[in-house]
Design a protein around this ligand. Sequence first.
Ligand code: PMP
Length: 406
Amino acid sequence: MKKIYLDYAATTPVDKDVLKEMLPYFSEKFGNASSIHSFGQTAQQAIDQARAQAAKFFGATPNEIIFTSGATESNNLAIKGVVKSYYTKFKTKPHIVTSAFEHHCVLDTCKALEKENLAEITFVSPDKDGVIQVADIQKAIKKNTILISIMYVNNEIGTVQPIAEIGKMVKMINNGERKETDFQLQFHTDATQAVNYFDCNVNKLGVHLLSMSAHKIYGPKGNGILYIKKGTPIKKIQDGGDQEYKLRAGTQNVPGIVGLGKALELVMLNAKRENVKIKNLRDYFIKKVLQEIPKTKLNGSKVKRSPNNTNFSFEDVEGEGLLLSLDMEGIACSTGSACSSGALSPSHVLLAIGLKPEQAHGSLRMTLGKHTTKQELDITLKKLKVIVERLRQISGNVLSDYYSSK
Ligand code: PMP
């Protein structure tokens, strides 16, 4: 049985050209980039090249690119690093504006700061289409707001946030045209799910900080970037060596960084063309699923949506059952529930856009990528139809009765 992978938002396979670039840096070119000798210099040159590739991609300068272990680390460094820098000058508690449906690494970073009494946080809710309104961000800004952190594309429902518009508003505030806060605002975006599909030029977006992960763009796992605009007040959060402009201590992962640089170069070269194909396939799939499987709903805006994302709720079906049944048929995707402390809790993203817990439990995310074919989607649709029908027969109305009795 040929397996079908529909979980590209979780991770992507390393592109063969990316792998080819990386391979020498595991063995014959193994130097530590901090070493003065020629082995070290070879590694350093490779990092310099990747940094230049990344700078070109984001419209930044090379010294604004910090290599990290991925978006989780980048998000932690961005948020905690800005707060830490604030405390070197000020004593009062700062305020951060973020959204209720960020990735857990942003949400939990903010919650940790709140718990440690280091920051006040406002979690702005998206609308029912999964889009954050600029006016709601603006309303949330207070006299002590120092940072806004809003994701570019939501990882579960693929909805696209108005980053450039928020950037414009931040610029007006910082130029003194508006007086919402006493501080210069820093604007961070988690662009992890956007890099493949949307313009990530930091000047157009008006961001001071931007995070991403290589493995979402056909690069290696355990590698990422934090873009930091020159002059942004930020302190390192990890002690050790002076690597990455003294902002990220630790020996650099040279093969990974080389792979990340190459992956960004390939996005620049090919993504526009590939994305048209992916979007057409996605639209075809959404149409077919909604047409052929009754009592099914697409979660998140149909228009302001990443070209690769589908997320459906199937009434009277448990997402886990669906996922496991599809997996047995060789089809890989993910659900709208997360396993936390042994129990399945409905996705915070789906709850944030107003779904009831039972709808969130009956949801499935299927994300396409550059290797997805129409034939794969047709097979998936056929199997999905049968599985949903079977699971509905088993559950009957048990689930809705259960929830309505609660
Ligand atoms: N942010 C978003 C939006 C993501 O989708 C992910 C990965 N699922 C992350 C952050 C974290 O990335 P990583 O696990 O590579 O650190």
